[in-house]
Design a protein around this ligand. Structure first.
Ligand SMILES: Cc1ncc(COP(=O)(O)O)c(C=O)c1O
Length: 492
């Protein structure tokens, strides 16, 4: 449809010029498309109360610019805007700037024995039990509600189930609420969005899970690392950091920290809570590995010890069941959870309800408990295999934390070995791991590496560590031989 031009009859600008400019703009903006027929000059002149020669003059100008073309006996047609070639977008420039976030490690080559990813073994997935849970949900009366757009707080029956469990375990207080998220990663990201402004200081374990470090770096936070030893986060260093700078938030793992596997003793948990709260820092306890205890006694979570009720706890189904379903949660004071729920709504409205409903069925049917028992039994076997293989095969001087659960073992190689430099050699031997530098916050971890043992069979673990032991020992011998041959400076 030809849009009616709006002419200003009192303006000094000639009417033919005004008409030309308006039709030109219709063509350039796409309101008139190529091939469209313009009204005959007589009709348009009649419509606008103009002289026919005024319209012809405007059409002549449009034709001289190649915007329309006239055909005797048929009329004038839009030929399209003569478009200047659009410059291609400069993606490099568009994507540059912003806070620097380290690149993720390269995926390991196919067929390697991979100690790379901290994830459960797909071979242990209880597929029949999972299928049964899916079928029950798909046949259930609640299916239309599950398939409908839902609440940002989570699939309500799962939300209630998790909150009841948390109350039973002493992890939720009367003033607490629970938000279901797309994995624990989203819970941490929402916390960052709501609580962190650029320049705020966030204290993290060092080394730490890179996904956690990177989301705070991306937010423009100042990230400071607190060293992690065999007994988890070093409390004395945390105390020093809290005394010297205002820390807005601390994220700490109570059990089987990624990447070190270290667990905080009860006294340290209490001290961390007391120090952080006294400094006005929000404590976020990440207990994603807590259910994977294979031996020893569990200490209560910090969230349970917290008298103030201000601590936040994040958890997930990812390590105990199926990371592909992306279901996690957080528990914290109601005011905070309200703001996080709003932030979640801006992000993705809500998480997939089918996955939540299936996990709820999996849990309520008792299948989760049965699976937990199998995963813990397999985990113990794998943990023992990796510790024994390290004892036998790693060169003298290698040190490692001995976890009681979780998925990861942290190995420090003897000087001067660099785990990243040795990785290509290890991969040629068919074995892969993640070098320590990927987990760095404020300190270097070049001589360390993470071995995730949970997704491998015990025989693969033994073969993989044996191959690594050969690579490390040979390299150590070579490096020490070079040191011996280095020229000795003259004594003066
Ligand atoms: C310490 C830690 N936090 C968070 C996550 C993310 O977990 P999810 O799969 O629940 O998002 C991981 C995953 O490996 C992790 O190791």
């Amino acid at each position: 449809m030809f849009p009616k031009p709006e002419l200003d009859y009192r303006s000094d600008a000639p009417l033919y010029r005004q008409l030309y400019e308006q039709i030109r703009d219709f063509v350039r903006s796409g309101r008139l498309e190529a091939g469209e027929k313009l009204p005959p000059t007589r009709n348009l002149a009649g419509m606008l109360g103009l002289n026919r020669t005024t319209v012809s003059a405007a059409y002549a100008l449009l034709e001289s610019e190649g915007l329309i073309s006239g055909h005797v006996g048929r009329g004038s047609f839009v030929t399209g805007a003569p478009t200047a070639p659009c410059p291609a977008l400069d993606w490099e420039q568009l994507l540059s700037g912003g806070p620097a976030v380290p690149a993720p490690p390269e995926p390991p080559p196919e067929r390697a024995i991979s100690f790379g990813a901290s994830r459960p073994s797909a071979a242990l997935f209880p597929l029949e039990a999972f299928r049964a849970s899916c079928e029950e949900v798909l046949r259930g009366a609640d299916l239309p509600g599950i398939l409908q757009l839902g609440s940002p707080g989570g699939y309500p029956p799962l939300q209630r189930y998790l909150l009841d469990e948390a109350h039973r375990a002493g992890l939720a207080r009367p003033g607490d609420d629970l938000l279901v998220t797309s994995g624990c990663q989203q819970a941490l990201d929402l916390i960052q969005r709501v609580l962190i402004r650029p320049g705020d200081t966030v204290a993290l374990e060092d080394p730490v899970f890179p996904g956690l470090r990177n989301l705070f770096l991306r937010a423009g936070a100042h990230v400071t690392g607190i060293p992690v030893g065999a007994e988890g986060l070093e409390v004395a260093e945390l105390e020093r950091v809290l005394a010297t700078q205002p820390v807005r938030l601390l994220v700490a793992s109570s059990n089987f920290q990624n990447p070190t596997g270290a667990t905080l003793p009860q006294a340290a948990r209490r001290a961390i809570l007391r120090l952080a709260m006294a400094a006005g820092a929000v404590v976020v306890e990440n207990d994603i590995y807590g259910e994977l205890r294979y031996r020893g006694e569990a200490a209560p979570q910090m969230k349970r010890m917290d008298e103030s009720g201000d601590a936040v706890l994040v958890g997930s189904f990812s390590k105990i069941t199926f990371p592909g379903l992306r279901v996690g949660w957080l528990i914290g004071p109601r005011a905070l959870v309200g703001r996080l729920t709003e932030a979640k709504q801006w992000t993705d409205l809500h998480s997939d309800q089918l996955a939540q409903a299936v996990l709820l069925r999996f849990a309520e049917s008792g299948r989760l408990e049965e699976h937990r028992r199998r995963v813990r039994a397999a985990g113990l076997e794998r943990l023992e295999a990796v510790l024994e293989a390290c004892r036998i095969h790693l060169p003298a001087g290698a040190a490692y934390i001995r976890p009681e659960g979780g998925m990861n073992l942290w190995v420090r190689l003897p000087e001067p070995l660099d785990a990243a430099e040795l990785l290509p050699r290890a991969q040629r031997e068919g074995v892969s791991y993640v070098p320590g530098r990927h987990f760095e916050v404020s300190r270097r971890h070049r001589g360390s590496l993470r071995l995730c043992f949970a997704s491998l069979e015990p025989e693969e673990i033994r073969a993989g560590v044996a191959a690594l032991g050969r690579v490390f020992s040979e390299e150590l011998e070579r490096a020490r031989g070079l040191e011996r041959r280095a020229p000795v400076p003259a004594m003066v």
